[in-house]
Design a protein around this ligand. Structure first.
Ligand SMILES: CC(C)(COP(=O)(O)OP(=O)(O)OC[C@H]1O[C@@H](n2cnc3c(N)ncnc32)[C@H](O)[C@@H]1OP(=O)(O)O)[C@@H](O)C(=O)NCCC(=O)NCCS
Length: 218
């Protein structure tokens, strides 16, 4: 049986694995330094990972973090890594708005509801911070991600022309608002379905989503 997944805050020592997923997922990946900033300095940022414990990470030969380790040795000194990160995500929270800044699952682990569990973690984190709206941008061509977002109540509310610098693609802005009892009930349904398929622990959301109460209005 697969050991329970662990949903937890991202650490600096996770960045190497995060970068590897990022490199395989995005045409304009964030740098390792950006992640250090988001984890250590950006007080609006909430970065999370989904860990598969007792599973050494795949060796890829791609080591973007090696040079950075020299610079950040005091931050990165840690025990040997014996877990695989299967997904990660980030959110910025400001003035009642929870903005999904990034999300990806490891290409080898897609189609197993792990990207969904990560998104759910970000949504619940937003609820824990008492967000009154959830927002994100997505490429108009990224129908897989859009389908996941729609499952979590995000609707297209705007389109921004020429948003992505690499290919000048447009972005959809997708939004959840209001976050009301009906939305919370929908989340509970999704959570119940997910719990039937995956075992996981949660130290990221602050809501302990294993015991989420949909009737608790913020
Ligand atoms: C988008 C992404 C995070 C989804 O994660 P995943 O682990 O592959 O998806 P899951 O197995 O958790 O599936 C959750 C939902 O996503 C949607 N989805 C996943 N794979 C899909 C596919 N091949 N076709 C259509 N919808 C799909 C479905 O709504 C699915 O729910 P369902 O199983 O009830 O139909 C992942 O594909 C990814 O990392 N993509 C590259 C990075 C990216 O595009 N990030 C989003 C930037 S805005």
């Amino acid at each position: 049986m697969t050991p329970p997944y662990i949903l937890r805050p991202m650490k600096v020592s996770d960045i190497e694995q995060v970068n590897e997923i990022e490199r395989q997922s995005f045409t304009m990946p964030w740098s390792a330094l950006t992640y250090v900033y988001e984890i250590r300095q950006n007080h609006h940022a909430h970065m999370g990972v989904l860990e598969l414990p007792n599973q050494p990470p795949p060796q890829t030969g791609y080591r973007p973090f090696e040079r950075l380790q020299v610079l950040f040795r005091p931050l990165t000194k840690s025990a040997p890594i014996n877990h695989t990160l299967v997904a990660y995500g980030g959110m910025w929270f400001r003035d009642g708005e929870a903005h999904v800044s990034t999300i990806a699952s490891h290409p080898d682990y897609r189609g197993r509801q792990l990207g969904e569990l990560m998104l759910q973690g970000l949504v619940f984190k937003g609820l824990a911070l008492e967000a009154d709206r959830l927002v994100l941008e997505v490429r108009v061509s990224n129908t897989v991600a859009q389908r996941l977002y729609r499952k979590y109540g995000f609707e297209i509310t705007n389109r921004i022309a020429n948003y992505y610098r690499d290919n000048h693609e447009d972005a959809y802005i997708m939004t959840v608002s209001p976050i009301d009892t009906a939305y919370r009930a929908r989340l509970q349904e999704n959570l119940d379905t997910l719990r039937g398929r995956l075992a996981f622990s949660d130290s990221f959301t602050g809501l302990e989503i294993n015991t989420f109460n949909p009737d608790a209005e913020s």
